[in-house]
Design a protein around this ligand. Structure first.
Ligand code: PGA
Length: 249
């Protein structure tokens, strides 16, 4: 059975004090068995949070990274730096990075391969815009994002990839995709990975849904066959609500 992963993407929120307070709340959660929990705070808080999570099962992720190991890349953060503060996951291809920072499928592919080479688990985000859904090209768009992002990724490396379906129109808008729409796309994603990697690996890849996930929408999403967890933005900044999402019934 594929394990459930509930990941919090804090985006550009929380200063160090706020981050410490939020982690203090999360550390007290009695996490139900079989649930993996991941938080992805801003870079500046990672070191401190890593210390605070020492005795916790909560894992630490980054929201982005530079695929180069070190060097003259002013303002960037590398894989070795992230690993030195306990980071094991990195979110890649988030629509905010694609749209605001111009990250192409090629850059996402380069970062994904570099993350895997360095032993970081990528959470590959894919998803269509509202216009693309209205034009009924959403399956093609997502398939192309997956195909390009996974180009050159071996079977062995694919085992460490997590995929998050995040329809752009659902992110930060309060409009969660219906559980049926989310399931339909997550199934399509699994089918696509089956074409590339075969039945066993496709069955085991963790596919998350993201986009306005809240305490009152998580359960129905998690009932779907091809949804193995959630990537939660806004609601992960509220300790109480994130707890309800983690421990959904
Ligand atoms: P949201 O963000 O839950 O605030 O919609 C999700 C995401 O962008 O990862």
């Amino acid at each position: 059975m594929v394990e459930t992963l509930i990941a919090g993407n804090w985006k550009m929120n929380t200063d160090l004090d706020e981050a410490v307070d939020l982690v203090g709340e999360l550390k007290n959660i009695n996490i139900k068995e079989g649930r993996q929990v991941l938080i992805c705070p801003p870079f500046i808080s990672l070191g401190k949070i890593n210390e605070l999570l020492k005795d916790s099962s909560i894992k630490l992720g980054a929201q982005n990274f530079n695929p180069n190991q070190s060097g003259a890349y002013t303002g960037e953060v590398s894989g070795p730096m992230l690993k030195s503060v306990g980071v094991s996951y990195v979110i890649l291809g988030h629509s905010e990075r694609r749209q605001i920072f111009g990250e192409s499928d090629q850059i996402v592919n380069e970062k994904l391969k570099s993350a895997l080479d360095q032993g970081l688990k990528p959470i590959l985000c894919v998803g269509e815009s509202e216009d693309q859904r209205d034009e009924s090209i959403h399956f093609d768009v997502v398939k192309e994002q997956i195909t390009k992002a996974l180009e050159g990724v071996s079977d062995k490396d694919f085992e460490d990839v997590v995929i998050a379906y995040e329809p752009i129109w659902a992110i930060g808008t309060g409009k969660t995709a219906s559980a049926q729409d989310a399931e339909e796309m997550c199934k399509e994603i699994r089918d696509t990975t089956r074409d590339f990697y075969g039945e066993d690996l496709a069955r085991n890849v963790q596919i998350l849904y993201g986009g306005s996930v809240k305490a009152d929408t998580i359960s129905e999403l998690m009932e779907q066959e091809n949804i193995n967890g959630a990537l939660v933005g806004g609601a992960s900044l509220d300790g109480k609500e994130f707890e309800q999402i983690i421990n959904y019934e």
